[in-house]
Design a protein around this ligand. Sequence first.
Ligand SMILES: Cc1cc2nc3c(=O)[nH]c(=O)nc-3n(C[C@H](O)[C@H](O)[C@H](O)COP(=O)(O)OP(=O)(O)OC[C@H]3O[C@@H](n4cnc5c(N)ncnc54)[C@H](O)[C@@H]3O)c2cc1C
Length: 945
Amino acid sequence: MGMEKARRGRFLRALRGIVGQEAVLDSPAELILYEFDASLERATPEVVVLPRNSQQVADIVALANREAVPYVARGAGTGLSGGSIPVAGGMVISMARFNRILEIDLESRTATVEPGVVNLDLNNALARRGYWFAPDPASWKASTIGGNAAENAGGPHCLKYGVTSNHVLGLEVVLPTGQVAWTGGQAPDFPGYDLTGLLVGSEGTLGIFTRLIVGISPRPHALRTMLAVFEKMEAASQAVSAIIAAGILPATLEMMDSLIVRAVEDFFHVGYPQDAGAVLIIEVDGLQEGLDTQVRRISEICSDQGAREVRIAQSEEERQNLWTGRREFLNAITAISPGHVTADGTVPRNRLPEVLGRVVEVGQRYGLSIGNVFHAGDGNLHPIILVDPENQGEKERAFQACHDIMRICVEAGGTISGEHGIGMEKTQAMPLLFAPADLAVMESIKNCFDPAGLCNPGKIFPSEGRGSRVKGVESRVESRGSSHVGAALGGRPGRGRAAAMVGAVALAPMHLSGAAAHLGKALAPDSYSTEESFLDPYRLDGWRPSIVLSPSSPEEAAAALGAAAEAGIAVLPWGSGTKMGRGLAPNKAGAVLGTRKMTGVVDFNPENLTVTVRAGTILAAVQETVGAAGQMVSLDPAHADRATIGGILSANASGPRRFRYGAPRDLVLGLQAALPDGRIIRAGGRTVKNVAGYDLTRLFIGSLGTLGLITEATLKLRPVPEEQRTLVLPCRDLAQAGECLRRIMASSDLLPAALELLSDGAAAMASERVGLSRERGPVLVVALEGFAEEVEGQASRLASLAPSMVMEDPAPLWRLLADGLAGGLVARAGVPAGLVTRFMEGVDSVADGLGVDCPAIAEAGTGIVRLFPRADAESEASLGGFLKKARSIAAGLGGYLALEEAPAQVKAAVDVWGDPGPAYPAMERLKAVFDPLGILSPGRFVGGL
Ligand SMILES: Cc1cc2nc3c(=O)[nH]c(=O)nc-3n(C[C@H](O)[C@H](O)[C@H](O)COP(=O)(O)OP(=O)(O)OC[C@H]3O[C@@H](n4cnc5c(N)ncnc54)[C@H](O)[C@@H]3O)c2cc1C
């Protein structure tokens, strides 16, 4: 940008006033150190500032806004897509001084850290206590947790344990407005939009993280590392597909081709066979008992696919040698080539063999050497293109080759970045993956967070790039001004449909029956009804629709939404109605938009362990389809026999097995949604790793139908475990249950799939209804799943921890635990997992004092507690007071309480969602991006969104 002298002097003085003299760098010798990262890009900042705390960052951002100076946060500068490079000049905000680990809470399995903490430093601190932070980018010796979160970094162990976004629970963020806000926290599922999910992977373009709460877990109890040697890369990639398709999930499944193997062996002498066509490094970890079975099965599969040798590391030294070659391969590359470009794309795993073949052709076409070293189990390719930047035109050819590889990945159903981000290197590849509508929505989000466009400009979006570095790229992107968010934020109204919508705000809503007729016109005659008998089942707390729309395609749904926007009437998305008790009824008259005609499996890919289904499909039907191939969707929400996929995702509904397998945000890879302006967008994809653009998938999950209608989703699958067993551990009281939980949670050789705690009252009801055997007191129910020997081993270890009984026919109990005890009033609280019993004790004592009976069921491993309060006629008036007190206990422990189901009079007396927190203004602005006229489920969600 180039500030003129007087302004620059003023700016530097103000900066020094905020952080002190020594924390501002502006000499050319100092600035040159901040002009690059690990990509080939370069740009020099005008100033570098090193703040120490959030307030300083907020003051710096406010100053940048006043002086219109662009800025970019920088972690360790190991990024591979130019993310931290100040392409627009201005200021680098280095997070190097944010280097403290603030808290490690083993009982809740969380750590609170500053963003400049190096990944390995956190892991070393955790290792001393027997724990780890699973995301392990190969750069972990240098890269920071803030940078990992901003890029949503992956790593070898992410195959089994998930990428960074699966492990970030909360963020303190300085927004581009200068406001400091918290999103999420130690408790799971804070009500509201999943801003944490949106911010992770946003490449520093939506704000600067100043604190992070991350999930940690006990280090795996045992592990084995193998090296499988193949003559040909195709055979090695066939073996990868075959291992995944056989339902085995190793901790890592990494591939290196012949070029990399030779380079690494020449440099490190770690014992790789120099004549190999490709090698796989496969590590399995977990319980001692299951490892031999896994090693044997994997060895057999590799041999069947033509492996000439499968070597098992016999010592820690041998294991470290195998890993040194993989983790440090770049040193070896540097020895054989003066430069390189690392491509990064992901494809469905079963497409690897074909795609790797096409990558070889790309190298031949451009006369470039390409080596491959990558996370094969995730289908995440990293072709390393060797270049000599001094050779005329070679760098440009490498970028062109990289672009071709991205195109190949997209054509194979994949994505243009699995973990390195878009940064400034891949902006021009975005239109390969995203349609104009998808990009316009993401740009609207960027504008909504950063209206001045100063926060890490020049990244992610093609319209922001430096201009096409790659020939033949046709930009299909609409200009920023045309997106409807401009209107939502009071900016320049857009064109076309968006403009029509803005006009509609000013119109008085049509008379309702006229409006209903108008909506009906958008659909085929058999896709809507206004008949009284048809409308009645859709009553909600006294609200009743004037028309029920049942589109049979996403296009019809989008047309119906567009028509509703024009008519200015409300639309309430509806699946099968099992989760409609959540939130409030719409606050204006309107229509129900049902998904019952949008059903069926669109694509089931058992080799990639994914299924794509239409939103109206019942979960049980999906389970039946994938179950025939020995796979499952690892979700067990309430009423799975009736609940639709769209409703489950929209309500972010999960069940007991979430403890082991994750929540919807961890299991959904991509989705399609119809928006109120009549557009259809796609978010995410069908690959297990994807960091291209903003994570709209997580934004939609849990948004309760207030942003759009989910019309389709792609879900991750898992193999059905070989054996399942349910153990019941009766406890004397909550204190004893708490002690037992602490020991299970701290153990690395107990890995339950579900860990439920039933209060005394809930256990009594379960005993009556489903034959749970107990005398008095609370009960722990533990689900064990895995290979037969793993289940057996855990069962005997549990028995030594506390007396336990095997439940012979546990299915009715699990159904009860998922569905709840019913009774018309259900509150859901979230607290840090280590505080579950403390919360339940507090609730018990309040309930006793008010004459309320309150059975409770806790997902003790995750921190979700459902309360089922009841009172006789005399004490009924106390229910409101009870809920308020329970809410304040949850808040005191760092959690929240929301009503999941309640009679209308309770909803009128008690705020259904509770305080939306300091991030609420950002949620309001996001709502306006998607639904500027407020027609989708108006008034239903947090804070009346
Ligand atoms: C040898 C090598 C191996 C690698 N292996 C992997 C791998 O296996 N997996 C993988 O995913 N990546 C890998 N990478 C890429 C890189 O290490 C990761 O992207 C890493 O997460 C970047 O962290 P950093 O601290 O270096 O961030 P930087 O490079 O400094 O910044 C990256 C982005 O994060 C933003 N950012 C940084 N801090 C913050 C903050 N506090 N708040 C908001 N935004 C912020 C920056 O603005 C920038 O956009 C590798 C890189 C190298 C050099």
